[in-house]
Design a protein around this ligand. Structure first.
Ligand code: SF4
Ligand code: SF4
Length: 197
């Protein structure tokens, strides 16, 4: 049978020689490999003191954006949840009451919005599906946790703080806006209102 790699070795149960039984050549061989790596350029970094530069397309922790007046943009339409292949998003819709116009941009909003970060695969499909430019993935890393339940992020962790806006301009490119609005794309035609007779 043809070997799958050139590095495969035929296993043998031949008896070890006296020198092999001393293990000294094997130990010296191991030390030589360690020393070789000692003087090579390190591939690891001292995280979190040092951080790697992310690629522009990096997708990390989500943010639910507010509009320029500070109102939540999400209208609880559910398209992000439908688009999510990991079924990580759940929400509860509520109706905006008179006087809440400064809190929620649309008449309907998400009173509960949760993303299960253990399920999420950071594919970005929720961001692509959102017609309200409400959800974006950012360059923030999701914190580690000891308790699984704490990784179900609610609005307290997802909605952007009003005094600490999160810049998502790298993800709001001309191309992505065109992708969501261009009348030539089938996914935009689905939502075109029928013309009045
Ligand atoms: S990034 Fe992908 S997996 Fe994560 S919540 Fe959005 S659609 Fe779901
Ligand atoms: S984040 Fe966007 S797609 Fe998801 S429910 Fe809100 S408005 Fe709809």
């Amino acid at each position: 049978m043809q070997a799958l790699t050139t590095r495969s070795k035929v296993a043998s149960n031949k008896k070890m020689t006296f020198v092999e039984k001393l293990y000294i050549p094997a130990i010296l061989g191991g030390l030589r490999i360690t020393l070789n790596h000692f003087f090579k350029k390190k591939v690891t970094i001292q995280y979190p003191e040092q951080k790697r530069e992310f690629a522009p397309v990096f997708r990390g922790q989500h943010v639910l954006k507010r509009d320029e007046n500070g109102a939540e943009r999400c209208t609880a339409c559910g398209l992000c949840a439908v688009a999510c292949p990991a079924e990580a998003i759940t929400m509860t819709a509520a109706e905006r009451k008179p006087g809440e116009e400064s809190l929620y941009r649309e008449e309907k909003y998400a009173s509960v919005y949760e993303i299960n970060m253990l399920r999420c695969i950071f594919c970005g499909l929720c961001e692509e599906a959102c017609p309200k430019e409400a959800i974006f993935l950012t360059d923030r890393i999701v914190d580690t946790e000891y308790v699984r339940q704490n990784l179900v992020f609610g609005k307290d962790k997802l909605v952007e703080p009003i005094n600490n806006r999160i810049d998502v301009s790298v993800r709001e490119t001309k191309e992505t806006r065109e992708f969501k609005t261009h009348p030539g794309y089938a996914h935009n035609k689905l939502y075109t209102k029928p013309s009045k007779a």
